[in-house]
Ligand binder design. Structure first.
Ligand SMILES: *Cc1c(COP(=O)(O)O)cnc(C)c1O
Length: 408
């Protein structure tokens, strides 16, 4: 037997089934007209953001990193609830524009921005988080040609990382951002060139569950921003402090203590250096806002026994849930929270492996899980599917195609 990850708070049974937004899993699957499907709960997203705002200092603004989940109805729903949105490609800019979101609230980070992407972003008034000196010069030249004043911030590659973070994005040699020691000179250069100076962006990692680690990182970010601004002889109109707030996915994971993070920030904000006194201060979050609000529902199409082990074969798999399969940045495969959605209040009685329908041994959704006995036709729920599920899985693999997505 291998343990399953913790089911996020807020899910309950209705008529014996998992319910999301007051509707049973089988009703949701029927309405969608097919399985697999992703179901996102608007109530849970709204609640998460409200709880976050009450824990964090009022001064701190919240950006949503749309790469976590860019489903159009989710963007429509979340946009008025957050202060800004972060994108990482021209494709995401197009999604923002077709959602009718005010592009002056948007910033664009990411290495390897093409000239066409820089041009579209500058024309739309999006803030560019510059990832290199070369990118800065290309942006200035494109803005000049367009007759626009570009909104420019510098993404800093800091000399430290977010401890215990799932994906490290700072510390040492990195393709992201500009090494801290080179930032003051570049800041002076782009300010002198007449840009709309938007300060700095310092992102150090993702998926931290330790409040101490987040608090430590935020202290270092504020100190580094102050030091760079001082060396550049400027004050910061804006500082994106990064994010990194994680959610529990695996057995033993416990939620980030956001109250502790808020209290520590409150103290620091009461005593900011002059370089940051007037700055708009942001965190940028993806999975923390939407991850636990999503469930992936897939139907069991076969049940078989091999060498004494039971396999529940579903119509879903890693092509929609790469992270749950263990193939998206994890070293050792561990089980996500998984349940038999159509028997949500039944007691676990057997050990079963839940697998997907792809012809690869990588396509696993739960190994040796303790589950209620399930039959062909039952629905399986994979939780924590609101972030990096549909947006980060190879849905074209084996000609499967994307899952249906619904916001309830
Ligand atoms: C991916 C990313 C995020 C969001 O990460 P989460 O772990 O989903 O919160 C935020 N900022 C940057 C720069 C990113 O690359």
């Amino acid at each position: 037997m291998k343990p399953l990850g913790p089911i996020p708070a807020g899910y309950s049974a209705l008529n014996g089934e998992l319910a999301i937004g007051g509707r049973t899993a089988s009703a949701l699957a029927e309405e969608a007209g097919q399985t697999p499907l992703f179901v996102y709960s608007s109530a849970m997203i709204a609640q998460r953001i409200a709880d976050l705002r009450s824990a964090l200092p009022e001064r701190l603004k919240i950006n949503y990193a749309i790469k976590a989940n860019s489903f159009a109805p989710v963007l429509d729903f979340i946009s008025p609830l957050v202060d800004g949105l972060d994108i990482a490609s021209g494709g995401e800019l197009a999604m923002i524009q077709s959602a009718g979101i005010d592009t002056s609230r948007v910033s664009f980070a990411g290495p390897g921005k093409r000239d066409s992407e820089l041009e579209a972003a500058i024309a739309a008034g999006v803030t560019l988080n510059l990832e290199s000196a070369n990118e800065a010069r290309r942006a200035l030249a494109i803005a000049e040609r367009l007759g626009r004043t570009p909104a420019l911030a510098i993404r800093v590659n800091p000399d430290f990382e977010l401890k215990g973070s799932g994906m490290k994005m700072g510390g040492g040699a990195k393709p992201f951002g500009i090494d801290a020691d080179q930032v003051p000179a570049l800041a002076r250069e782009i300010i002198a060139a007449g840009c709309n100076w938007r300060g700095m962006h310092i992102f150090t990692g993702s998926q931290a569950l330790s409040a101490e680690a987040v608090i430590d990182m935020q202290g270092k970010v504020l100190a580094l921003a102050d030091r760079i601004a001082g060396e550049a002889g400027t004050v910061l109109p804006k500082l994106n402090m990064g994010g990194g707030f994680g959610i529990p996915y695996f057995p033993g994971d416990t939620p980030l203590d956001i109250g502790m993070v808020g209290k520590a920030l409150e103290k620091r904000f009461a005593d900011l250096p002059d370089t940051l006194a007037e700055a708009e201060l942001f965190v940028e979050l993806g999975r923390y806002l939407v991850g636990e609000a999503g469930v992936y529902l897939t139907r069991i199409v076969d049940r078989k026994v091999s060498h004494g082990e039971t396999y529940l074969v579903t119509d879903g798999g890693l092509h929609h849930q790469l992270a749950a399969s263990g193939n998206f940045g994890t070293v050792v495969r561990r089980n996500y929270p998984v349940a038999i959605a159509s028997r949500f209040d039944a007691e676990p009685e057997e050990e079963a492996n839940v697998v997907g329908c792809l012809c690869t041994p990588l396509d696993r959704l739960a190994d040796k899980a303790h589950l209620p006995p399930a039959e062909v036709g039952d629905l399986v729920a994979v939780f924590c599917a609101g972030a990096y599920g549909a947006s980060a899985s190879p849905s074209a693999f084996l000609g499967q195609g994307p899952a249906v997505e619904v916001l309830v």
